[in-house]
Design a protein around this ligand. Structure first.
Ligand SMILES: [Mg+2]
Length: 411
């Protein structure tokens, strides 16, 4: 029996969640109805637009553009600073509300989730009726609108929820592919980013329909294993690869050192190498962590561990290492060590973009540096770049060369 899957996506989540929260203090002010944007660092006018209201969009304000540019287009733009705690609260409320309708949910990002509606018709009616009920309940109880896409798998449900917005329900059943899916330009397909899009266009493939009819061997030749996935997605087939919510519980990296480590500076250097490796894995999976756990094993084989938590989700080495350093300094009592491990915890999957602009100018610098390092590593390999203070340190080389990452069991 085919499944029935809903993809539920809050419309302009950051803006509408901020608006709902603001209205609690001032019922006359609805950020959704005035030119407004959520964006970082209002005072310095740095940062970018994370979300914009419809009136702001009507002035030409676009998500992702620098705030100063948005202000030039729309001088009376109300800028609301992002507040991660509010978003987390509404995200959880949306999840809990949907959970009343189906026990089988999958969080996809802070404002999107999949709901398995298979077999629930007898409780809530047809899929369309059920979706309307969920949409209306979210609006009534939580105060914001959502789009819902309905189909037989995650891929098509997610594609459907992206059709006309806001506050809309769309279906994209396999029987509707020719009418609703295949005419779409290729960059509307899930997983097709800028570079894939450019490569497909070079092959003369401009629409999802054209891709769906391309010979698989041609796609395999140009895109290797990704070619099969492109072909399947274009044909509306979502295999088990589509597992956006599988987030590791933690990402860890540890070593037993070839000799005892006795000084704080040496411990920190090894921890730096371990953190660097774990962060690399975190970033390559586009995940964030909010806490770290450091475990130390003394030469008498007794182990200690200690956890430190940050205020917001993190994905850059510098901020994460600051937590690691804090954990070590709070825990280490001058005993020589023989093993050390660093584990990144409270892992979340999200569009990293969503968290990118919460920080200060300094944080933005860190991110730019981190992105540059990612790019160099992607091109020349993990060992092509590292932090100067651990360069040529034999213990740290040991981490880089031999220690595989340990990704713990899936949630
Ligand atoms: Mg959304």
């Amino acid at each position: 029996m085919p499944k029935t899957i809903f993809h539920i996506d809050a419309n302009s989540a950051f803006l509408s969640w901020s608006a709902v929260e603001k209205r609690k203090q001032n019922p006359d002010l609805d950020l959704r109805l005035i030119p407004s944007a959520v964006g970082g660092q209002v005072h310095s006018r740095k940062g970018i637009v994370l979300a914009a209201s419809l009136p702001a969009k009507a002035c030409g304000v676009r998500t992702g553009e620098p705030l100063y540019l948005a202000l030039r287009k729309c001088p009376n733009l109300h800028i609301e600073p992002p507040d991660f705690h509010i978003y987390e609260k509404y995200s959880k409320q949306m999840y809990a509300l949907c959970n009343r309708f189906s026990p089988d949910l999958m969080k996809f990002s802070i404002d999107e989730l999949f709901l398995n509606y298979t077999g629930l018709e007898r409780f809530w009616g047809s899929p369309m009726k059920g979706a309307e009920r969920i949409r209306d309940t979210i609006y009534k109880e939580l105060g914001f609108t959502v789009n819902i896409g309905i189909s037989t798998n995650n891929l098509l449900a997610k594609t459907a929820s992206d059709f006309e917005k806001p506050n809309k329900i769309h279906t994209l059943y396999p029987s509707e592919l020719a009418q609703k899916y295949w005419p779409l330009p290729i960059d509307r397909m899930f997983m097709v980013g800028k570079s894939t899009c450019a490569r497909l266009k070079k092959l003369g493939i401009y629409t999802i329909g054209q891709l769906s009819k391309t010979d698989l061997s041609i796609l395999r030749y140009h895109f290797k294993t990704f070619g099969l996935q492109l072909y399947q997605y274009a044909n509306g087939i979502s295999t088990d690869d589509f597992k956006p919510i599988e987030v590791p519980k933690s990402i860890g990296c540890g070593i037993t050192t070839p000799q005892d480590v006795t000084t704080l500076s040496e411990i920190l250097r090894v921890a730096m190498a371990l953190t660097q490796k774990a962060v690399h894995s975190l970033r390559s999976q586009k995940l964030t962590c909010q806490s770290v756990e450091v475990s130390l094993k003394r030469t008498d084989f007794i182990s200690f561990s200690h956890r430190c938590k940050g205020d917001t989700p993190l994905d850059d080495f510098k901020s994460i290492f600051a937590l690691v350093k804090q954990a070590i300094e709070e825990m280490w009592a001058n005993q020589p060590l023989r093993a050390l491990s660093v584990r990144l915890c409270n892992i979340e999957i999200d569009a990293i973009m969503q968290y990118t602009f919460f920080g200060s100018a300094k944080a933005e610098q860190n991110r730019a540096l981190q992105t540059a390092m990612d790019q160099i590593r992607a091109k020349y390999g993990y060992e092509s770049i590292t932090i100067a203070s651990i360069l040529n340190n034999p213990l740290c080389n040991h981490v880089t060369k031999t220690q595989p990452l340990d990704i713990s069991s899936q949630l």
